[in-house]
Design a protein around this ligand. Sequence first.
Ligand code: HEC
Length: 123
Amino acid sequence: MALISLTGCFPTPRPNPLADAPIYPIKPSILYDTVQEYCVDCHNEDKMKGNLDLTKIVEGNLNDHPLIWQDVAYSLKHKEMPPEKEHVLIPDDNTYREVNLWLEQRFNYKADKTNSGSQVTPD
Ligand code: HEC
């Protein structure tokens, strides 16, 4: 009985969004360039902002850390990163658009779950 109620407390683990996908190397890509230029100053081994180090995983495949890149996709889709108030370099709209498109095409996934009816509109 105790065991049943205990396991009931854990949230369902997130499914791997790229479980059935081909391997997606990150380098070279707009994602690679964007992370190098706008993200690793904070998300590195020393600073570990948000408890996140992107410097090594950006050298690998999207499929190696699908849940982290899913979070990155979410933060980029909503322009939450880099944090505006920190007065750091922010990607321009075109870069945001391109990197979001790159990610969405690979995840085939709507980062904005609250708006699942929205279409990906490349332009
Ligand atoms: C000026 C420092 C700074 C820069 C530059 C920066 N971040 Fe962050 N990031 C943070 C901090 C601080 C947090 C944790 C607090 C928060 O979520 O705001 C964070 C958290 C995150 C998270 C964790 C998820 C979440 O919502 O908490 C992700 C994913 C992320 N950043 C992605 C990025 C990406 C992608 C870039 C580059 C486009 C980037 N960050 C650039 C400071 C930074």
